[in-house]
Write a protein that binds this ligand. Sequence first.
Ligand SMILES: Nc1ncnc2c1ncn2[C@@H]1O[C@H](COP(=O)(O)OP(=O)(O)OP(=O)(O)O)[C@@H](O)[C@H]1O
Ligand SMILES: [Mg+2]
Length: 362
Amino acid sequence: MPRIPPARPDSGLSGLAVAILDALPSNLYVVDRDLRIVAWNSVREKGPLGRPRRTVLGRHLRQILTPQGFDAALPVLKQVFETGTTQEETIESQGARLFHVRRLPVREGRKPTHVLCWFEDITERRAMEMRVIATDRLAFLGQLVAGVAHELSNPLAGIAGCAEALASLALGAPAGTARREAREFRDLIRGEVARCERIVRSLLDSARPDPNSTAELGVTVGTALRLLQRHPAFARTRVVSRIPQDLPAARIDPDSLKQVVVALAMNAAQAMPTGGTLTLRGGRAGRDVVLDVTDTGPGVPAHIRRRIFDPYFTTDPTRGAGLGLAIARSLVRGRGGDLVYRPRPRVSGSFRVTLKAAGGRA
Ligand SMILES: Nc1ncnc2c1ncn2[C@@H]1O[C@H](COP(=O)(O)OP(=O)(O)OP(=O)(O)O)[C@@H](O)[C@H]1O
Ligand SMILES: [Mg+2]
């Protein structure tokens, strides 16, 4: 273990800066480049993560956090210092409360000199979101039932026809033929009924995700891309896939993840009808597994960004149903992950899928 420098009680913050941090209603602390704590606000002294300020100021973060907490925070803090970009993740405290954590670079010159770690307790908000997801599921179930009814209508019409024929045979035909034909129709009816049962079973099975299933990002992205490579929409699309081998499995069933990848890749290809590059890049963000899907098309215009995840929203009603992104987001959120649009420089269309890593806490 590297040597930890002794505590330096003087944080270097002015009284006003300390007062401002104390006035904020959020739980936060600040570390310098040596990972020493230079600020620890009053909200951070209370609650499940709380410790008195005088016991932490000037000390190394490793001495304050649990070993697991420190190991999880270290790569994220390094990333903020190196890249100067904000990192966000969701973590669960020992008291089973959920925190949205933002780690923001603080600069005195060009490079970040400190990182402000900001914790927001989102336990209640997430519970409410889960209720909304449950409502979404009900809406999807409604659509499924409509699908079942639709699929069942053809075999049922067949059954009705056979029943008619049986009835008229029984009434008028000579005994020998009538019995043989009645048997034939009975077999037909059985076949059609079995078909109805299979349709219902497969639709209902596909609506019920296995809560323990996991997917390997590299394998699933590979399968999805193989499916798409001969699709006409990909004729002018160059595909670049960069998925590190050592990523942990993600908490989602491979079929759902494949559906998400296909939806995002199709959208990207459709956004570049005259050609361009689609890039799929896997990685980690804190304890999550992420997949960035970017393209060199025109991007999503700012005025419709709020609506692209709405069911049935499409800018091309002649081709799309407007369900790709809505279903993809619902599949990912159903497993505790998320799907967002994140515009980035140089690559216009850019979506990020965030998934919980398997093996960690939910
Ligand atoms: N990569 C992208 N670049 C630009 N616009 C995009 C991109 N991805 C999605 N969009 C916009 O978001 C809208 C909604 O996408 P979504 O996948 O939900 O529906 P769709 O592609 O229109 O139809 P469907 O997926 O049901 O065939 C699209 O119509 C398009 O305007
Ligand atoms: Mg689509």
